[in-house]
Design a binder for this molecule. Sequence first.
Ligand code: AMP
Length: 669
Amino acid sequence: MGIIVEQKSEKVTASVKWVLEDPKQKEVWWPSEELKKMAWVSDESIYEQADKDPTAFWANRAREGLHWFKEWDRTYERNPPYFKWFVGGRINASYNAVDRHIKTGRRYKAAIIWEPEPIDEPARVLTYYDLYREVDKFANVLKSLGVKRGDRVGIYLPMMPEVQIAMLACARIGAAHSVVFSAFSADSLRSRLKDAEAKVLITADGYYRRGKVLNLKAEADKGVEGTPVKDVVVVRRAGLDVDIVEGRDHWWHELMEDADAHCEPEAMDSEDILFILYTSGTTGKPKGVVHTTGGYLTQAYWTSKWDFDIHDDDLFWCTADIGWITGHTYSCYGPLLLGATMLIYEGAPDYPEPDRWWDIVEKYGVTIFYTAPTAIRMFVKCGEEWPRKHDLSSLRILGTVGEPIDREAWLWYFHNIGGGRCPIIDTWWQTETGGTLINSLPGIGPFIPTVAGRSFPGMRHAVLDENGNKVGVGGSGSLVQLSPFAPGMLRGIYKDPERYKELYFSRYGEEIYYTHDGARVWDEMHNIRLGGREDDVMKVAGHRLATAEVETALTEHEAVAEVAVVPAPHEIKGEVPVAFVILRKGRQPSEELAKEIIARVTKAIGPTAKPENLFFVPDLPKTRSGKIMRRILKSLMKGEPIGDVTTLMNPEIVEELKAKVGYVEAGLT
Ligand code: AMP
């Protein structure tokens, strides 16, 4: 495309004095004139305009971007800590993602390009018209299984078009979907299906991962035991010979054969639940984050359009699995609402070789590419010869999400994948927020390694100190969101209102949403650098995981008396869990036993949560009231100064633990 992102560091270095003191921060890029010209937004005044009246701003966006069967009566309603958007409005997500486009020139445009993992298997392309027929048919299938408006449906599928079809079919008839990551274990699936009270589960026989076929149906069979699931729909993906339970299990293709290709979309209330997505909180039990319809769709539409500057001739590829919020918003709803063409890929990024992703970018001419720092770090390790084998000149915009991106990874991505032409949109957001909240926009900038950017127009954030005062330029504290909250924000935790209040609206009161992230105000423009979680939540390869969840799984082993799990830094995954285990009396530590205990985590959560290391210890650092001081264990693993230990009940244990983990204070090596 020949779009050059010019380096104009003077602008920021001139306006923020302390930036000058850090030579690395001369790395500030701004969009070129060409990039600005083609961008949907390139005029900075958009921020000010939106901030004057965010409610009116979002009302205009909702009207302009979406089709409403009936317009809302009130745009925003507050009842702290609850709030609603587009109250009284009637809308349907699948109508907006599919039906609208088949009435336009996009009717035969590719909606989804699916790249299977086996290299000799042809891609599948679904046009918007194909998608329309499949969604309607599957919506009728769900109805025939007794699924009604207001019900919940579980989805446990790998990345393949049936995922989007199933999600949109649920939305069409007003059932809430609850997708469970296909690499999660049967136990994880079961607890989610139970909590959501899902009637039906949609799964596949198996799928490909690094050249192997994984038997998903076997996990699903275990996962539905003891849940309210009455029917299981199985997509034939891998041709596995799986057990079919008479009366409960049905092949997708057989049900679809007889299904009618027209299904009237339900006119949903703007505040009806669109989906529940489970994520890790600070306790052992994952929480069902509830997203409703009108507000979520509005935010999905506009953040997709402006963050990634998606145009009709773009090919957008978000590499996130559908099991995560990023998959929901940017591998399903967002691009489809825009009538864009998106790519999805079934398999591993480095299969059969570490250039698989770059091969895909070249083969299809991907123009916008959105991934996670953990993947970038993996590619940095593989070496730049892999992307260099491919023509990546189709790329125009790059994105990243999931955890803070370090300067080295940012620059590698910028130069080796983006060829120094493409802005990197570092999007900060959460499962709870439904869509992105903080990032620079491609036509406005700036693009600064490790600095995500500003609040999206019409959203308000602040960084607060312990006393709830706003910090100024250069200051650090807790990131919060201020009212009016973004339209796509969670409306609750499924069946647990107390937890919703306690987690998000207790730290700074009922009018301020606490993000649980630390942040720093970077400059006068209010660009933000994120500093990671302030609670006991880790990001393992970009996946959110509570230390408490891993601890719960470990304590299930009968040899374990007490356990503490903390994150340790990891070169590629960012963070990994490590476990400190006190054994029950009479049990002897051994490698075999460590493996057995660790296997509990794979069973309870899945392989992504497996502790990287397990230390058998005689004791854990505790306060006088008996509370485990995880902070000390964290510092031990990070090589940070341990600080004062005199207030501990058992300060002597710290030296022993230092020896055990091979502690070296950073900076002393
Ligand atoms: P999840 O709900 O799994 O998407 O995780 C949300 C958490 O991921 C946030 O609270 C942050 O800690 C982290 N996160 C997501 N995106 C970014 C980003 N661009 N920069 C820094 N941290 C991020």
